[in-house]
Design a protein. Structure first.
Length: 570
C-alpha cells in the first residue's frame, strides 16, 4: 500500500500579500496580545479578588524567586523536581515586583508566563489552519474553540506548565505537517527543537516525542523506496529526538551533579512519586476521587466531547485516503492523554482534570488536517474535500457544544476535581456556596497572614529556618525574603543541624498530618512538631484553610546536652 505524503505547502494569503520589508503579521500580534492580556486579567481577578488559584502555579514563581532573591541566589535554586523552563522564564519578571508587588506576593509572574504560552498555542493553531488552506471563517472558529475553552481560559493564566506543553507540541505538529508535505529537513529539525524545549516544561513530552518519532520513521519508510529506507528512517528519527535527548541528559546530569539525583521527580522526597505515596498512605486516594475507567472516560468527554469520535474518524480517513499525516495529533497529544489516563487509573499520578487538556487541541488539529493544502487563493468558507466537511462539523460542535459542556462539567467537583475549577461555584451561585464557608477560598490567605506576622518582627537575615516545600506561600508573601534560611541555601543543612550556631532564631514547621511530602525539619527532628525536640520553645501557632493548626513557630534554644550528643543528619 502506498501512502500519500508529498504535496506542496501553499503560502497563505497573508504571506503572499506581505512584502519582504513587512514580515510582521499584525493580526497575529494583536491576537497574541489580546489573549495574553485576557488570560492574565482572568487569573489576576481570580486570585487577588476571589482567592482562587492552583497552588502549583505560584509555587513555580517561588522557585524562580529562590534563584533570585534568597540569601544565596543561584540558578540551581529553582530545584530539580519539576522541569525548569516556566521558572526560568519568570526570573526576568520578578525584579519588576518593586513596582508591581503582586508579581511576587500573588505569583502573577507565573500568570504572564503561562498566558504568553497559551496565547502562542492559539497562534500555532491559526498557523496550522493557514498552512492547510483552511477558509478564514473556519480558521477563526478553530482558534475560538481553543482560545475560549473554559479550561484554556482558566489555566491560561494559572502559572502552570500545561500552556507551555501545548504550545511546544503544536509547534512540533505544525513543522511535522510541513515536513510531510515539503520533505524539508529544516522542518524536521524545528519539530525536534520544539520537543526538546517542551521537555524542559513537562516530562510528559517524552511520550509525545516517542509517538512522533515512530510516525516519522513510518512516513520515511513509505516515502523512500530507494536503496536505504531504513537508514533514512533512523536518521530522521534522530533529527527529531536529538534536541530532546540533549535536554534530557543535560537536565538529568545537572541534577545529579548538584543534588546527587538523576531524576528528582521520582527519587526526591518532594517528587511526584513521594507525594502520591504520602496520599495513598493516608488512605485518601489520589486526587480524592475514584479512578475507575468510567470516571476517566467521563472526564475525557467532559474536557472535549468529540475526543473519541474525532480519533475514530481520523483513523478511518487515514485508512481510506492513505494520508498518514492525519495521525500526527493522535500520536503526540493522544499519547500524552493516554499516559495521563494510565497514570490516574494505576494511582501513579494525580488525576487532576487539567491533565486532560491535551484533548482540546488534539481534536481541533485533527479537524484542521482534513483540509487538503492548495496553491489556490483561500476563500472565507473554503471546504474542498469530503473530510474537510467533517472537519467543519467537528469545529462547529467543539465551539457550540463542547465549550458550554466543559463549562458546566468543570463545576462538578467529581469532574473538575480542583478548587480552581469547582471553586467557581462560589462566584456563580454564592447563595448555595457561601464564599465564607468554602475552605478553598482561604487557601493562601493564612500564608500571607503568617508572612506579615514575621515581617513585623524586623528580623535580621537568616533568622527563620524552614523547608519551602509547604511554606513557599509564606516566602512569596513576605516582603523580607532574606529573613529565611531555606532548603536551597548553601548553609541550610549545617544550619538545620546547629541552628543556634548560625544565628537562627526561629524554626517554622508545618503539621505533618497535612504535609504532601516529608518535611526536612521534621525528618531531622521527628518530635519537633509535638514538643520542640528539645531545641525549640513554641511561640506562635497559625491555622490553615481547613481551620486546622497548620504552622508552629518555635524559638530556638541551645540544648543543655553536649553538642556531640546531637547526631547530625546524613
Amino acid at each position: 500500500m502506498s501512502v500519500v505524503v508529498a504535496e506542496t505547502v501553499p503560502a497563505s494569503t497573508e504571506e503572499k500579500s506581505s512584502s519582504p520589508r513587512r514580515r510582521v503579521s499584525w493580526p497575529a500580534v494583536v491576537l497574541f496580545l489580546v489573549l495574553t492580556a485576557g488570560y492574565v486579567v482572568v487569573n489576576a481577578v481570580l486570585i487577588m479578588r476571589y482567592n482562587l488559584f492552583d497552588g502549583d502555579g505560584p509555587s513555580r514563581v517561588a522557585h524562580a524567586g529562590f534563584a533570585l532573591m534568597s540569601r544565596d541566589p543561584h540558578l540551581s535554586a529553582i530545584g530539580f523536581v519539576w522541569n525548569p523552563l516556566p521558572s526560568i522564564i519568570e526570573i526576568p519578571l520578578l525584579p519588576l515586583h518593586q513596582w508591581w508587588p503582586e508579581l511576587k506576593t500573588y505569583g502573577l509572574a507565573g500568570a504572564i508566563q503561562s498566558a504568553a504560552f497559551m496565547a502562542g498555542a492559539a497562534l500555532m493553531i491559526r498557523r496550522i489552519a493557514m498552512d492547510r488552506g483552511v477558509g478564514r471563517v473556519w480558521r477563526y472558529i478553530a482558534v475560538t474553540a481553543f482560545a475560549l475553552h473554559p479550561m484554556v481560559v482558566t489555566y491560561g493564566g494559572s502559572g502552570l506548565s500545561e500552556a507551555a506543553e501545548i504550545f511546544f507540541i503544536l509547534w512540533c505538529i505544525r513543522h511535522l505537517l510541513r515536513w510531510v508535505n515539503s520533505q524539508a529537513v529544516g522542518d524536521l529539525a524545528w519539530a525536534g527543537i520544539a520537543l526538546g524545549l517542551g521537555y524542559l516544561a513537562r516530562y510528559e513530552v517524552i511520550v509525545a516525542a516517542a509517538g512522533a518519532a515512530v510516525l516519522v520513521a513510518a512516513i520515511t519508510l513509505t516515502r523512500y523506496r530507494s536503496r536505504t529506507p531504513i537508514s533514512s528512517a533512523i536518521l530522521n528519527m534522530l533529527i527529531v529526538l536529538f534536541p530532546l535527548g540533549v535536554a534530557f541528559v543535560a537536565w538529568a546530569v545537572t541534577g545529579w551533579i548538584l543534588t546527587g539525583q538523576l531524576f528528582a521527580t521520582l527519587s526526591s522526597q518532594y517528587g511526584n512519586t513521594s507525594q502520591v505515596a504520602t496520599s495513598l498512605s493516608r488512605g485518601a486516594g489520589v486526587a480524592d476521587v475514584p479512578q475507575e475507567w468510567m470516571v476517566l472516560a467521563i472526564r475525557t468527554l467532559a474536557m472535549q466531547p468529540l475526543t473519541g469520535f474525532a480519533v475514530a474518524i481520523a483513523v478511518v480517513i487515514v485508512v481510506s485516503t492513505r494520508r498518514i499525516d492525519g495521525l500526527l495529533p493522535i500520536v503526540t497529544f493522544g499519547s500524552i492523554l493516554a499516559f495521563s489516563l494510565w497514570g490516574a487509573y494505576t494511582d501513579t499520578t494525580f488525576g487532576w482534570f487539567r491533565y486532560y487538556l491535551p484533548a482540546v487541541p488534539m481534536v481541533i488539529v485533527i479537524a484542521l488536517i482534513w483540509w487538503t493544502p492548495t496553491d489556490e487563493p483561500v476563500g472565507r468558507w473554503r471546504v474542498n474535500t469530503a473530510p474537510s466537511r467533517i472537519g467543519t462539523a467537528v469545529l462547529s460542535v467543539s465551539l457550540l457544544v463542547g465549550v458550554p459542556l466543559s463549562s458546566v462539567s468543570m463545576l462538578n467537583k467529581d469532574i473538575g476535581n480542583h478548587q480552581l475549577q469547582f471553586g467557581l461555584n462560589s462566584l456563580i451561585d454564592p447563595d448555595r456556596f457561601p464564599p465564607d464557608e468554602q475552605w478553598y477560598r482561604r487557601v493562601g490567605m493564612d500564608d500571607r497572614i503568617l508572612a506579615a506576622h514575621l515581617d513585623r518582627q524586623n528580623l535580621p537575615d537568616g533568622s527563620v529556618l524552614m523547608d519551602t516545600f509547604m511554606n513557599w506561600g509564606v516566602w512569596l508573601a513576605s516582603y523580607d525574603p532574606k529573613q529565611f534560611i531555606i532548603d536551597t541555601d548553601f548553609d541550610y543543612t549545617a544550619a538545620l543541624n546547629r541552628p543556634w550556631d548560625f544565628g537562627v532564631q526561629y524554626l517554622l514547621v508545618t503539621n505533618p498530618k497535612y504535609n504532601a511530602a516529608p518535611d526536612t525539619v521534621l525528618t531531622r527532628y521527628p518530635t519537633m512538631w509535638a514538643d520542640g525536640a528539645g531545641i525549640g520553645v513554641l511561640v506562635h501557632s497559625a491555622q490553615g484553610a481547613f481551620g486546622q493548626e497548620q504552622w508552629r513557630l518555635y524559638r530556638v534554644v541551645k540544648p543543655e546536652v553536649d553538642d556531640d550528643l546531637l547526631q547530625d543528619s546524613p
